[in-house]
Design a protein around this ligand. Structure first.
Ligand code: 13P
Length: 222
Protein backbone atom coordinates (compact mmCIF):
# COMPACT_ATOMS: atom_id res chain seq x y z
CA UNK A 1 0.00 0.00 0.00
CA UNK A 2 1.51 3.36 -1.02
CA UNK A 3 1.62 6.07 1.58
CA UNK A 4 0.02 9.40 0.89
CA UNK A 5 2.23 12.35 0.00
CA UNK A 6 1.38 16.04 -0.13
CA UNK A 7 3.93 18.47 -1.57
CA UNK A 8 3.33 22.18 -1.24
CA UNK A 9 5.06 24.21 -3.95
CA UNK A 10 5.72 27.75 -2.69
CA UNK A 11 6.68 29.00 -6.21
CA UNK A 12 7.56 32.71 -5.83
CA UNK A 13 4.41 33.48 -3.89
CA UNK A 14 6.11 34.52 -0.67
CA UNK A 15 7.95 37.80 -0.92
CA UNK A 16 10.41 38.92 1.69
CA UNK A 17 13.04 37.40 3.86
CA UNK A 18 12.31 33.72 3.66
CA UNK A 19 10.64 33.81 7.05
CA UNK A 20 7.32 33.37 5.25
CA UNK A 21 8.56 30.06 3.84
CA UNK A 22 9.60 28.92 7.31
CA UNK A 23 6.18 29.85 8.70
CA UNK A 24 4.30 27.92 6.03
CA UNK A 25 6.67 24.97 6.45
CA UNK A 26 6.03 25.03 10.20
CA UNK A 27 2.29 24.87 9.54
CA UNK A 28 2.87 21.91 7.20
CA UNK A 29 4.84 20.12 9.88
CA UNK A 30 2.24 20.69 12.58
CA UNK A 31 -0.57 19.42 10.34
CA UNK A 32 1.54 16.45 9.18
CA UNK A 33 2.30 15.51 12.79
CA UNK A 34 -1.39 15.71 13.69
CA UNK A 35 -2.78 13.76 10.72
CA UNK A 36 0.09 11.34 10.05
CA UNK A 37 0.28 12.22 6.34
CA UNK A 38 3.67 13.16 4.90
CA UNK A 39 3.74 16.81 3.86
CA UNK A 40 6.74 18.27 2.07
CA UNK A 41 7.44 21.79 0.92
CA UNK A 42 9.24 23.17 -2.15
CA UNK A 43 10.56 26.68 -1.37
CA UNK A 44 12.81 28.94 -3.42
CA UNK A 45 16.38 27.62 -3.81
CA UNK A 46 17.71 30.32 -1.49
CA UNK A 47 15.23 29.32 1.22
CA UNK A 48 15.99 25.58 1.19
CA UNK A 49 18.69 25.85 3.86
CA UNK A 50 16.68 28.19 6.05
CA UNK A 51 13.57 26.00 5.90
CA UNK A 52 15.37 22.66 6.24
CA UNK A 53 17.48 23.82 9.16
CA UNK A 54 14.54 25.32 11.06
CA UNK A 55 11.72 22.89 10.35
CA UNK A 56 11.89 19.11 10.47
CA UNK A 57 9.96 18.21 7.31
CA UNK A 58 10.87 17.00 3.80
CA UNK A 59 12.12 19.87 1.65
CA UNK A 60 12.18 19.71 -2.16
CA UNK A 61 13.83 22.03 -4.63
CA UNK A 62 11.58 23.40 -7.36
CA UNK A 63 14.00 22.15 -10.03
CA UNK A 64 17.68 21.48 -10.54
CA UNK A 65 20.15 21.59 -13.38
CA UNK A 66 21.85 18.45 -14.65
CA UNK A 67 25.38 19.70 -14.12
CA UNK A 68 28.22 18.39 -12.00
CA UNK A 69 30.94 20.27 -10.16
CA UNK A 70 32.95 22.47 -12.48
CA UNK A 71 32.69 25.25 -14.97
CA UNK A 72 28.95 26.00 -14.70
CA UNK A 73 27.66 29.47 -13.86
CA UNK A 74 24.13 30.29 -12.81
CA UNK A 75 23.04 26.69 -12.43
CA UNK A 76 21.21 24.94 -9.58
CA UNK A 77 23.85 22.40 -8.54
CA UNK A 78 22.50 19.20 -7.08
CA UNK A 79 25.16 18.85 -4.39
CA UNK A 80 24.41 22.35 -3.06
CA UNK A 81 20.70 21.58 -3.08
CA UNK A 82 21.31 18.39 -1.15
CA UNK A 83 23.75 19.98 1.30
CA UNK A 84 21.22 22.74 1.93
CA UNK A 85 18.90 20.05 3.27
CA UNK A 86 16.62 19.03 0.38
CA UNK A 87 15.49 15.40 0.18
CA UNK A 88 14.06 15.65 -3.31
CA UNK A 89 13.31 17.81 -6.28
CA UNK A 90 10.55 18.72 -8.68
CA UNK A 91 11.57 18.34 -12.32
CA UNK A 92 9.86 19.81 -15.39
CA UNK A 93 7.19 21.82 -13.61
CA UNK A 94 4.85 23.47 -16.15
CA UNK A 95 6.35 26.80 -15.13
CA UNK A 96 9.90 25.49 -15.63
CA UNK A 97 9.70 23.08 -18.54
CA UNK A 98 12.63 21.04 -19.83
CA UNK A 99 13.45 19.06 -22.93
CA UNK A 100 12.99 15.29 -22.69
CA UNK A 101 16.77 14.86 -22.65
CA UNK A 102 17.10 17.32 -19.77
CA UNK A 103 14.30 15.64 -17.81
CA UNK A 104 16.19 12.37 -18.17
CA UNK A 105 19.50 13.99 -17.17
CA UNK A 106 17.88 15.77 -14.22
CA UNK A 107 16.42 12.49 -12.92
CA UNK A 108 19.81 10.80 -13.19
CA UNK A 109 21.57 13.75 -11.53
CA UNK A 110 19.08 13.80 -8.65
CA UNK A 111 19.11 10.03 -8.18
CA UNK A 112 22.91 9.88 -8.17
CA UNK A 113 22.85 12.42 -5.35
CA UNK A 114 20.20 10.44 -3.45
CA UNK A 115 17.36 12.91 -4.02
CA UNK A 116 13.76 11.83 -4.63
CA UNK A 117 12.40 12.81 -8.02
CA UNK A 118 8.96 14.18 -8.86
CA UNK A 119 8.55 14.76 -12.58
CA UNK A 120 5.66 17.01 -13.51
CA UNK A 121 3.61 16.27 -16.62
CA UNK A 122 0.72 17.94 -18.40
CA UNK A 123 -1.29 15.04 -19.85
CA UNK A 124 -1.51 11.25 -20.06
CA UNK A 125 1.00 10.94 -22.89
CA UNK A 126 3.67 12.93 -21.07
CA UNK A 127 2.93 11.00 -17.87
CA UNK A 128 3.68 7.80 -19.77
CA UNK A 129 6.85 9.30 -21.25
CA UNK A 130 8.01 10.49 -17.82
CA UNK A 131 7.35 7.07 -16.28
CA UNK A 132 9.66 5.51 -18.86
CA UNK A 133 12.49 7.58 -17.34
CA UNK A 134 12.02 5.95 -13.92
CA UNK A 135 11.40 8.82 -11.47
CA UNK A 136 9.99 8.16 -8.00
CA UNK A 137 6.82 10.10 -8.81
CA UNK A 138 5.02 11.51 -11.82
CA UNK A 139 2.84 14.52 -10.89
CA UNK A 140 0.23 15.24 -13.53
CA UNK A 141 -0.92 18.87 -13.56
CA UNK A 142 -2.96 20.22 -16.49
CA UNK A 143 -1.49 23.73 -16.95
CA UNK A 144 -4.85 25.34 -17.70
CA UNK A 145 -6.06 24.40 -14.20
CA UNK A 146 -2.94 25.53 -12.33
CA UNK A 147 -3.78 28.44 -10.06
CA UNK A 148 -7.40 28.33 -11.23
CA UNK A 149 -8.99 27.09 -8.01
CA UNK A 150 -10.76 24.45 -10.13
CA UNK A 151 -9.54 21.05 -8.90
CA UNK A 152 -8.14 18.65 -11.48
CA UNK A 153 -9.86 15.83 -9.62
CA UNK A 154 -13.22 17.36 -10.53
CA UNK A 155 -12.51 19.15 -13.84
CA UNK A 156 -10.41 16.45 -15.48
CA UNK A 157 -10.54 13.18 -13.52
CA UNK A 158 -9.63 11.26 -16.71
CA UNK A 159 -6.17 12.83 -16.83
CA UNK A 160 -5.53 11.41 -13.37
CA UNK A 161 -6.96 7.92 -13.95
CA UNK A 162 -5.36 7.84 -17.42
CA UNK A 163 -1.97 8.79 -16.00
CA UNK A 164 -2.27 6.21 -13.21
CA UNK A 165 -3.05 3.48 -15.76
CA UNK A 166 -0.37 4.55 -18.22
CA UNK A 167 2.32 4.88 -15.58
CA UNK A 168 1.44 1.51 -14.02
CA UNK A 169 1.72 -0.15 -17.43
CA UNK A 170 5.16 1.30 -18.03
CA UNK A 171 6.71 1.07 -14.57
CA UNK A 172 4.64 -0.04 -11.57
CA UNK A 173 7.33 1.29 -9.22
CA UNK A 174 6.57 4.87 -10.26
CA UNK A 175 3.85 6.51 -8.18
CA UNK A 176 1.43 9.17 -9.40
CA UNK A 177 0.55 12.48 -7.79
CA UNK A 178 -1.86 14.99 -9.26
CA UNK A 179 -2.19 18.71 -8.94
CA UNK A 180 -3.77 21.96 -10.17
CA UNK A 181 -6.58 23.69 -8.35
CA UNK A 182 -6.39 21.35 -5.35
CA UNK A 183 -7.21 23.03 -2.05
CA UNK A 184 -10.00 21.30 -0.14
CA UNK A 185 -10.40 18.04 1.73
CA UNK A 186 -12.78 16.74 -0.92
CA UNK A 187 -10.15 17.44 -3.62
CA UNK A 188 -7.50 15.34 -1.88
CA UNK A 189 -10.02 12.58 -1.15
CA UNK A 190 -11.08 12.53 -4.82
CA UNK A 191 -7.44 12.54 -5.97
CA UNK A 192 -6.78 9.44 -3.87
CA UNK A 193 -9.95 7.77 -5.11
CA UNK A 194 -8.80 8.31 -8.69
CA UNK A 195 -5.69 6.26 -7.92
CA UNK A 196 -3.05 8.90 -7.24
CA UNK A 197 -1.04 8.62 -4.02
CA UNK A 198 -1.23 12.31 -3.23
CA UNK A 199 -1.14 15.85 -4.47
CA UNK A 200 1.20 18.63 -5.53
CA UNK A 201 -0.40 21.98 -4.79
CA UNK A 202 0.32 25.64 -4.26
CA UNK A 203 -2.02 28.65 -4.36
CA UNK A 204 -4.94 27.20 -2.40
CA UNK A 205 -2.68 26.89 0.64
CA UNK A 206 0.12 29.43 0.15
CA UNK A 207 -2.26 32.29 -0.70
CA UNK A 208 -4.84 31.39 1.97
CA UNK A 209 -5.35 33.90 4.79
CA UNK A 210 -4.57 31.08 7.22
CA UNK A 211 -2.41 28.40 5.54
CA UNK A 212 -2.55 26.10 8.56
CA UNK A 213 -6.35 26.12 8.58
CA UNK A 214 -6.33 25.48 4.81
CA UNK A 215 -3.99 22.51 5.33
CA UNK A 216 -6.22 21.15 8.09
CA UNK A 217 -9.16 21.30 5.70
CA UNK A 218 -7.08 19.62 2.97
CA UNK A 219 -6.40 16.55 5.11
CA UNK A 220 -9.79 16.47 6.83
CA UNK A 221 -11.41 13.86 4.55
CA UNK A 222 -8.74 11.16 4.48
O1 13P B 1 1.50 24.14 -9.95
C1 13P B 1 1.01 23.60 -8.97
C2 13P B 1 1.82 22.87 -7.99
O2 13P B 1 3.10 22.64 -8.46
C3 13P B 1 -0.42 23.68 -8.71
O3 13P B 1 -0.72 25.00 -8.43
P1 13P B 1 -2.12 25.37 -7.78
O4 13P B 1 -2.31 24.48 -6.57
O5 13P B 1 -1.96 26.82 -7.43
O6 13P B 1 -3.14 25.13 -8.83
Amino acid sequence: MSSTLIVLNLKTYLEGTGEGAVKVAQACKEVADDCGIEIGVAPQFCDIYRVASQVDLPVYSQSLDPVGAGSFTGHAFVQSIKDAGAVGTLINHSECRLTLANIDASITTAKDAGLKTIVCTNNVATSAAAAALGPDYVAVEPPELIGSGIPVSKADPEVVTGSVEAVKRIDPAVQVLCGAGISKGEDLAAALELGSVGVLLASGIVKAADPKAALEDLVSKV
